[in-house]
Design a protein around this ligand. Structure first.
Ligand code: PEP
Length: 244
């Protein structure tokens, strides 16, 4: 399974970012042994897709609405994102779950709509620090997987412990391996053999300096990278650590 290194720019980037962050990925991506994906804010999806057209770097969005179209002022549909050049979409990121009250049921509905529009979904799960300290991390992540993934899911799961996002703190390698093993078992229990082929990304303070160790842990099929994806050289340094 080729690793996937996905960049989540979050609410960062003006038009210059298409040339400044995305375009420098084009040439190096040709020789990487992993898949590369960048997820700029919705306002930049079209510009980044143009900057990366014909390259090996895919483009995704960070969210979509659960409804396919209609009276939802200010929202953006999966079909609109597909139309602007996105082929992937991140769903259920902890910042959306926290800032917008997104529930597992809503994330599942968004995933169904995204898949119907031709997008591949990256569904995010992860526990808070309080939940981990209470030894509830597998219960929390198990419930998120059960509630957020549609039947027949063929996308990607991103395990992102909330307390590791943007903090510079990461779980121990043993804890990451244990959680990815747990997620794999849940996927196989629900989807059978197909669950063995789904990529499970780790996300949370992945940097050039820690990527090699994280990306070689069992069942870690890549990384979802926030802050470090905003510098092309750091993002590429992480990608060079991935297994092919
Ligand atoms: C993220 O928000 O998905 C993320 C992993 O952020 P960071 O890499 O900055 O911790």
């Amino acid at each position: 399974m080729r690793a996937l290194i996905a960049g989540n720019w979050k609410m960062n980037g003006l038009r210059a970012a298409a040339a400044g962050i995305a375009a420098p990925l084009r040439a190096p991506a040709e020789t990487l042994g992993c898949d590369l994906l960048v997820c700029p804010p919705a306002t930049l999806v079209a510009a980044v897709a143009r900057a990366l057209a014909g390259s090996r770097v895919a483009v995704g969005a960070q969210d979509c609405d659960a409804a396919p179209c209609g009276a939802h002022t200010g929202d953006i549909s999966a079909a609109m994102l597909r139309d602007t050049g996105a082929v992937w979409v991140i769903l259920g990121h902890s910042e959306r779950r926290a800032d917008h009250g997104e529930t597992d049921a809503l994330v599942r509905a968004k995933a169904e709509t995204a898949i119907a529009a031709g997008l591949t979904a990256i569904v995010c799960v992860g526990e808070t620090e309080a939940e981990r300290l209470a030894c509830r991390e597998t219960a929390v992540v198990g419930a998120q997987l059960a509630g957020s993934l549609p039947d027949g899911f063929a996308g990607v799961i991103a395990y992102e412990p909330i307390w590791a996002i943007g903090t510079g703190r990461i779980p121990t390698e043993a804890d990451i391996a244990a959680m990815h093993g747990f997620i794999r078992a849940e996927l196989v229990a629900r989807f059978g053999e197909a669950g063995r082929g789904l990529r499970i990304l780790y996300g949370g303070s992945v940097k050039p300096g820690n990527a090699a160790a994280l990306l070689h842990l069992p069942d870690v099929g890549g990384a979802l990278v926030g802050g470090a994806s905003l510098r092309a050289e750091d993002f590429l340094a992480i990608a060079r650590c991935a297994r092919g």
